[in-house]
Design a binder for this molecule. Structure first.
Ligand code: AMP
Length: 279
């Protein structure tokens, strides 16, 4: 694969890379579509990375649908699928002790509830980038904090890959698509709509007189009322990921909640980087 990709690069072809953990859905396919638009050759990886799971049961229960994934990738016009084994990614001499520095953004939000998660994410993406050497990597806004982590990884490790963040793809009712949704019962799927609804509420409320704290508290209440167990609902500065103190600048509402035994995350840009409110 390295030989092939090297040859393509030498012939001036731009390589786009979409790392995934499989159980592919329209969200993943949208990343491939973006990569196809911007690059000449698209590589998708499917690797359920053990180092980013902080609970063995979550890793064990992670959906694996390789045959279906292969069909979806063929339909989407993906050029190369990379499905490494754990030994390919982490050979015997691999240094598992590497601790990446993220100026604290790895300990907030998802990091606070999933210790070590982002170090594992950085480890696998760093390794994959080293193998694939893409011109651009395509990642979903669905994992907003993960995008910030990889942006930082590219900067601190001085990598030449460009990072492209692609918008969140949702079901027609508003549920952010996720491989984990396959584990939701029809009842929980319905109740989980409260996540995107509460994000829409926050987006409207940010333009009202309500304070940031009041909006967050109201959103938490709405999520609890549907029977979900929220871990956080925070309005943050989209650049620093710190709690927003003022209703100005780049504002993003981020949330994580348990729908039964399935942990879901979602987010929405409330106000973009320019001065006008985000559409
Ligand atoms: P995963 O397979 O969950 O590790 O996700 C692989 C990539 O797909 C990540 O960059 C995710 O952010 C992205 N992704 C997952 N769900 C969505 C979605 N609903 N919309 C857009 N991108 C997504």
């Amino acid at each position: 694969m390295r030989l092939l990709l090297h040859q393509l690069a030498q012939n001036g072809q731009k390589i786009g890379f979409v790392p995934t953990m499989g159980a592919l859905h329209e969200g993943h396919l949208s990343l491939i579509a973006s990569a196809k638009k911007e690059c000449d050759f698209v590589v998708t990886s499917i690797f359920v990375n053990p180092t980013q799971f902080n609970e063995q049961s979550d890793l064990d229960k992670y959906p694996r649908t390789l045959e279906n994934d292969i069909q979806l990738l063929a339909q989407a016009g993906n050029d190369l699928l990379y499905t490494p084994t754990v030994e390919d990614i982490y050979p015997d001499d691999f240094d598992h002790g590497k601790v990446y520095q993220f100026n604290g953004i790895d300990n907030l939000l998802e990091g606070a509830f999933r210790p070590g998660h982002f170090n594992g994410v950085a480890m696998v993406v760093h390794r994959l980038l080293d193998i694939v050497q893409p011109d651009a990597i395509f990642m979903g806004q669905k994992d907003f904090q993960q995008v910030a982590i990889i942006r930082q990884l590219i900067k601190t490790e001085n990598l030449s890959t460009r990072l492209v963040m692609c918008p969140i793809i949702r079901s027609s009712e508003g549920l952010a698509l996720s491989s984990r949704n396959a584990r939701l019962s029809p009842e929980w799927k319905k109740k989980a709509l409260v996540l995107s609804q509460s994000l829409h509420f926050a987006k409207a409320a940010i333009q009202s007189k309500q304070s940031i704290k009041e909006i967050e508290a109201e959103a938490i209440k709405r999520i609890k009322n549907q029977g979900l167990k929220p871990e956080y609902f925070s309005i943050i500065n989209g650049l620093t990921l710190q709690d927003a103190t003022r209703k100005s600048g780049f504002l993003v509402a981020v949330t994580a909640a348990w729908a039964g035994d399935v942990r879901l995350i979602d987010n929405m840009i409330l106000r973009d980087k320019s001065d006008s409110y985000a559409k």
